[in-house]
Design a protein around this ligand. Structure first.
Ligand code: GLN
Length: 281
C-alpha cells in the first residue's frame, strides 16, 4: 500500500490540503479493499497489485480535475448510512445531517407520515425512515435520475420509502397525497450571485437544478412548499426546511405570513442560520 499512498500524496499535493489528502487516501482504500479505519491503519505493509495501482491512478487523475470523490467512488455516507452518489444527484451535505437529527429528536413518539420534497439521493427520507420507528415515508423529486437513485438508496438500506415523480413548483402530475404529519425539504437555495464564491467541484460537477435559485426569487421553493403544506399537513403537523444562512429572518417572516406558528430557527454547527421548523396551528 505504501506505493499507492505515496503516489496519491504526490499527485494531489498542492491541490488539496494535507488533511483532505489523508481522508481521500482512506476513502480510496476503503473502496478498493473494503477496509475499516482500523484495518486501514494496520494494513500499511500490505502489497497492492498492479491493477489496484492503476485504479488508484485513475481515481487521482479524476480528483485532480476537481471531480467530487463521492461521484468517483459512486457512494457516500450520510447519517451513518451508505448512499449511491452519482452525477446529476446532489451529494448529501453534513448540514443536512443536522436537520435530520432535529427531526428524529422531535418525532420519536408517534408513527408519523412524512414527505421529503426534492429528495435527491433520498438521504433525508431514508435516514428518517431508518430512525423513526413506524414512520411512513414518501419522497418526491422532479428529476428522473434522482427518483431512480432515491429508490436504489432505499433498497440499499433495506428500508421502505415511496419515491414519486412530482414537480412541486407546478403541482404536476396530480398526485393524491395522504394527510401528512411532517413535510421536510432541502430545496435549491443558493442565489445565482453566490456562484462566485462556490468551489469548482460543486460548480463543475453538481446539478444546478438542485442548488440554484434566481436572485429575484430566492425563497420561491419555501413559498410553494408552504402553500402545499397548508393543504397536505394535518393540524399540528410540522414543516422542516434547510435554509440559506442569509435568509433566516426572511424565512421566519414568510412562514408566519403563510399562517404557520411556533416558527423556530436553528443554527448549524458553524453558527449559521441553517434550519427552520414551523407548525400548522
Ligand atoms: N448547502 C448546499 C451548498 O451550499 C446547498 C444546498 C441547497 O441548495 N439545498 O452547496
Amino acid at each position: 500500500m505504501k506505493a499507492g499512498i505515496a503516489s496519491i500524496r504526490k499527485e494531489l499535493a498542492g491541490i488539496f490540503s494535507k488533511e483532505e489528502i489523508e481522508s481521500l487516501i482512506f476513502l480510496i482504500f476503503e473502496r478498493l479493499k473494503g477496509y475499516s479505519r482500523t484495518e486501514f491503519l494496520l494494513a500499511k505493509e500490505v502489497k497492492i497489485s498492479d491493477e489496484e495501482l492503476s485504479e488508484i491512478k485513475k481515481i487521482t487523475s479524476r480528483l485532480k480535475k476537481h471531480e467530487p470523490i463521492q461521484y468517483i467512488l459512486g457512494e457516500t455516507e450520510f447519517y451513518g448510512l451508505s448512499f449511491f452518489s452519482i452525477p446529476g444527484v446532489l451529494i448529501p451535505r453534513p448540514e443536512t445531517e443536522e436537520l435530520v437529527q432535529w427531526i428524529i429528536q422531535e418525532n420519536q413518539l408517534m408513527a408519523p407520515g412524512i414527505l421529503d420534497v426534492g429528495t435527491g439521493t433520498g438521504c433525508i427520507a431514508v435516514s428518517l425512515r431508518k430512525n423513526i420507528q413506524n414512520a411512513t415515508v414518501l419522497a418526491c423529486d422532479i428529476s428522473p435520475v434522482c427518483i431512480e437513485t432515491a429508490r436504489r438508496n432505499a433498497e440499499l438500506n433495506r428500508t421502505e420509502v415511496s419515491v414519486l415523480n412530482y414537480d412541486i413548483l407546478n403541482n404536476i402530475p396530480e398526485v393524491d397525497f395522504p394527510e401528512l404529519d411532517i413535510i421536510v425539504s432541502n430545496p435549491p437555495y443558493v442565489r445565482e450571485t453566490e456562484k462566485k464564491r462556490m468551489d469548482k467541484n460543486v460548480l463543475d460537477f453538481e446539478p444546478g437544478l438542485a442548488l440554484f435559485v434566481s436572485d429575484e426569487t430566492p425563497l420561491l421553493f419555501y413559498e410553494r412548499i408552504a402553500d402545499f403544506a397548508l393543504i397536505h399537513l394535518r393540524k399540528g403537523g410540522c414543516l422542516y426546511f434547510e435554509i440559506n444562512e442569509a435568509f433566516g429572518p426572511e424565512c421566519s417572516v414568510l412562514m408566519r405570513q403563510k399562517g404557520f406558528g411556533e416558527v423556530t430557527l436553528k443554527k448549524d454547527i458553524n453558527g449559521k442560520d441553517r434550519m427552520i421548523r414551523c407548525k400548522l396551528l
